[in-house]
Design a protein around this ligand. Structure first.
Ligand SMILES: [Zn+2]
Ligand SMILES: [Zn+2]
Length: 265
């Protein structure tokens, strides 16, 4: 289901956002295709790309390109983006999950390359980050509650970790796709929040950093109706292996250079 009424307050804000409201609309607009490209991760899938500790993913929809997290440094990030044949200037939105350096560290250098973007930051960020974004000539939006980012792309809003963190939700025809940066609020809580917000009782794919949860997370994912998993970054090898064993062909070995195509066929 779609979070609606959001368009009405979907304004570029230059001051701290007030608490947003969520309205649920009866009709559903789902994305039929999306491509997810890992451009920063400590796990490696394509040896032509560079690895470093952190997370960054480009989401391509029919509407636009969104960068979710910028890794720890812009040099690695931009190198990898270009290796995947993506023009950094074709990205027009950036979403930052949380304040840790391995997610926000590449932002300033990315903006030096392309400032023609809107950056969706957690509202709890200090003003120094807003000042940096505007001094590079880019715009920012403070995110507190859940909201729309793009057609069929939403943020969970800030959930408490610590630190406060937002995760992305893509409402696809195949089901919900949930992308987490580090999952400090707990990956199970994030998946529950995404299902509740979107009025769904399962999720097609959960991917990103899961913040080394207990092995029981695998069973919890099954209970939550998660069909595919692509854990990386801070998930930890034992949990990753447990997911691989349980999910078999629905475990996606995710890491830098990996492209996941979402297609309704
Ligand atoms: Zn973190
Ligand atoms: Zn991290």
């Amino acid at each position: 289901m779609v979070l609606a009424g959001i368009g009405s307050w979907y304004l570029i804000q230059t001051k701290k956002a007030t608490s947003p409201e969520i309205h649920i609309e009866p009709e559903k607009k789902e994305i039929s295709e999306a491509t997810l490209v890992s451009v920063y991760d400590n796990y490696q899938v394509d040896p032509a790309l560079k690895t470093a500790w952190g997370f960054g993913c480009v989401i391509k929809t029919s509407e636009e390109l969104i960068l979710f997290d910028t890794g720890g440094d812009a040099e690695t990030l931009l190198f990898n983006i270009e290796k995947k044949d993506i023009d950094p200037k074709s990205i027009n939105k950036v979403v930052i999950s949380h304040i840790h350096e391995d997610h926000v560290g590449g932002l300033e250098g990315f903006l030096e390359k392309n400032s023609n973007v809107t950056v969706f930051i957690p509202g709890s960020f200090p003003n120094s980050i807003r000042d940096m974004i505007t001094s590079q000539g880019a715009k920012f939006v403070d995110v507190s509650g859940p909201r729309k980012i793009s057609d069929s792309v939403y943020t969970t809003g800030e959930l408490y970790g610590p630190p406060k963190e937002q995760s992305l939700i893509i409402d696809s025809e195949k089901g919900l796709i949930v992308i987490t940066g580090c999952a400090h609020p707990g990956v199970v809580n994030i998946v529950k929040k995404a299902r509740d917000l979107m009025k769904e009782d399962e999720a097609y794919l959960v991917m990103g950093g899961f913040h080394h949860p207990p092995i029981a997370v695998v069973k919890k994912f099954r209970e939550l109706g998660v069909k595919k998993v692509a854990p990386s970054h801070c998930t930890g090898d034992p949990v990753r292996e447990a997911f691989a064993e349980e999910y078999k062909e629905n475990f996606i070995e995710y890491g830098v250079g990996k492209t996941i195509e979402i297609k309704n066929n």
